[in-house]
Design a protein around this ligand. Sequence first.
Ligand code: AMP
Length: 114
Amino acid sequence: MDDCLFCRIISGEVPSNKVYEDSLCYAFRDINPQAPTHILVIPKQHIESVSDINSENSAVVAHIFEVIAKIAKDEGLTEKGYRVVSNIGEYGQQSVKHLHFHVIGGRQFGWPPG
Ligand code: AMP
């Protein structure tokens, strides 16, 4: 989608700090990191949010979770633990309307989130 920031990052029109890429997904460092490691993993296909995952497109989400496990290992997050977050809609405070999974780690987190 022309007006989607993350689609423009995938196409290379907007620069990003790439961590991983394959035919289905793209991972890059968050511009405003909330922890020592903060990576966003996104499908190349434009899906707005978790609410739009269905039987037609869910295979890419399973693939993304395999990639997340690999990235977490590569970034040294697996031993201590980390968090995977997807914000959805207004109450979830989703600011970019392209499905993305935050992979955040490298410090202790609290629960529940604010
Ligand atoms: P959310 O608020 O869950 O929609 O997450 C969107 C995330 O995208 C935020 O953590 C932003 O810091 C991040 N972000 C926005 N623009 C960019 C960009 N150009 N490059 C990398 N991360 C970005």
